[in-house]
Design a protein around this ligand. Structure first.
Ligand SMILES: [Zn+2]
Length: 109
């Protein structure tokens, strides 16, 4: 199952529910081409960099995504989305021992 980034705005999340209901999953797997659910553009598999925030902490991760060549919309697998959620929860709980430090973050005041 492919999902839009849940962080994006609600209107498109609703669009996702409309275009890609669970029942249509098998049918979609049989289609030779995938189209962007936002603009209908062509989608390619790509490695992308994603920034995740949890509490005051931020982590950077590189994951496989399907990216629209036209509008840049990213689609992630359900597994990747739950991985994001796990990392965000760890960041929020300060469980960062397994992550490699990557510079510092600052707030401009
Ligand atoms: Zn698109």
């Amino acid at each position: 199952m492919r999902m839009l980034d849940p962080e994006r705005k609600t209107s498109v999340r609703n669009l996702q529910l409309y275009l890609w209901p669970e029942e249509a999953e098998e049918l979609r797997e049989m289609l030779p081409f995938e189209q962007c659910p936002v603009c209908g553009g062509e989608i390619v598999k790509k490695k992308v960099e994603k920034l995740l925030r949890g509490g005051v902490n931020t982590a950077q991760i590189t994951v496989q995504a399907e990216v629209c060549l036209h509008c840049g919309e990213r689609l992630y697998s359900k597994e990747t989305i739950s991985r994001f959620e796990q990392i965000r929860a760890k960041l929020a709980r300060q469980e960062v021992d397994e992550f490699r430090p990557l510079g510092q973050s600052f707030q401009v005041v």
